[in-house]
Design a binder for this molecule. Structure first.
Ligand code: UD1
Length: 340
């Protein structure tokens, strides 16, 4: 049985990745500092899978304690998800983003080389493409980062490419996520942002449960079919499964770095998402039209052919499943993770 280290394994994406890994037969070791997650998520992963999640309370800013993880377990491959991800916060506090998104990656690369690990999957974002010159967006689309968060993702990709050139055996898969939404169909794990959500789906579910009064749609005068922005929403369990495929790809690929989009290849407008949510959950979401949000692009969706061809990965779930599952999670856990 192979052992996979998942950094940030208690978070929204991490918890779903752990479930998919365990169900695919991997042993999982999680490290997390719970800055934007909770230990309860690990209990829930165990409830879903019936398997123990190995956990070490490690802050990746501390190289020695990270090294301890590699001394304690024989790690076959690493999935690096830990990081900060709020665009607005990265503009007001850029140094925090450079410090906490880059230092842990440097430490991780040091440990990977020192302990002769050869396989790494890294969590990047479609935000690195900036305003698309054309859609669907292939991995070869030029990169244009427009905020410190996006720049930390692009810099991390560059660091990994340089690292690979210096540590030849390593095989790295970089995954650029489009818009992950939804929750595990058990309703036991899901997304619980701290404070007011920045992203659309948790905002909708919090309005639906009555925690927020009204959804503000940021602009309805974009050049799209209904005036609202188009995004490539991808179900979180599909996205998580893409990591399993990424790990499997690092087994068979030649040393090097490969980059893949994870999306559905289909664009959905904000209003279409909202109306699908209302339809499948039989709720009514009050909304108002607000000003455009600075930094938003009108249309973004992925060219997913590379992931399909080379990873053997394809999304399976549609917008209705994403809405149903997001709502089930919110409904069963109105205040997020509370110990059962
Ligand atoms: C955002 C980030 C992106 C990050 C991703 C992580 C920005 C500009 N981009 O993507 O870098 O990788 O989250 O998941 O923050 N919307 C509303 N009302 C809301 C919230 C969102 O109308 O209350 C609209 C937005 O204007 C946008 C769409 O919904 O058109 C999706 O927004 P969001 O969920 O924040 O994702 P992105 O902006 O695509």
């Amino acid at each position: 049985m192979e052992t996979i280290l998942v950094t940030g394994g208690a978070g929204f994406i991490g918890s779903h990745v752990c479930v998919e890994l365990i169900e695919a037969g991997f042993r999982v070791v999680v490290i997390d500092n719970f800055v934007n997650s909770t230990p309860e998520a690990l209990e829930r992963i165990e409830s879903i899978t019936g398997e123990r999640v190995h956990f070490m309370d490690v802050d990746m800013m501390d190289l020695d304690s990270l090294d301890e993880v590699f001394l304690t377990y024989t790690i076959d491959a690493v999935i690096h998800l830990a990081g900060l991800k709020a665009v607005g916060e990265s503009v007001t506090d850029p140094l925090q983003y450079y410090r906490y998104n880059l230092t842990p990656l440097l430490h991780l690369c040091e440990c990977i080389e020192k302990h002769h690990v050869h396989r790494l999957v890294f969590s990047s974002s479609a935000t690195v493409y900036g305003p698309p010159q054309h859609v669907p967006i292939p991995e070869t689309h030029p990169v244009k980062t427009e905020n410190p968060y996006g720049r930390t993702k692009h810099m991390s990709e560059q660091i990994l490419k340089d690292f690979q050139r210096s540590y030849f055996p390593v095989k790295i898969v970089i995954l650029r996520y489009f818009n992950p939404v939804g929750a595990h169909q058990s309703g036991l794990i899901g997304e619980k942002p701290t404070g007011v959500p920045n992203n659309i789906m948790p905002y909708i579910t919090e309005v639906a449960i009555g925690r927020l009064p009204v959804l503000h749609i940021f602009g309805d005068d974009y050049p799209t079919r209904d005036g609202t922005c188009i995004r490539d929403f991808v179900h979180i369990t599909d996205l998580a499964n893409g990591h399993v495929k990424g790990i499997e790809a690092t087994e068979r690929m030649d040393p090097g770095v490969a980059v893949y989009n994870l999306g559905t290849g289909k664009g959905t407008t904000v209003k279409e998402l909202l109306h699908t949510f209302e339809h499948v959950t039989q709720t009514t979401i009050p909304f108002t039209i607000a000003d455009r949000r600075s930094g938003d692009v009108a249309v973004s969706y992925a060219d997913v052919r590379a992931a399909e061809r080379e990873l053997g990965w394809k999304s399976t779930k549609g917008i209705e499943d994403m809405c149903k599952d997001a709502w089930r999670w919110q409904h069963l856990n109105p205040t997020g993770y509370v110990k059962r």
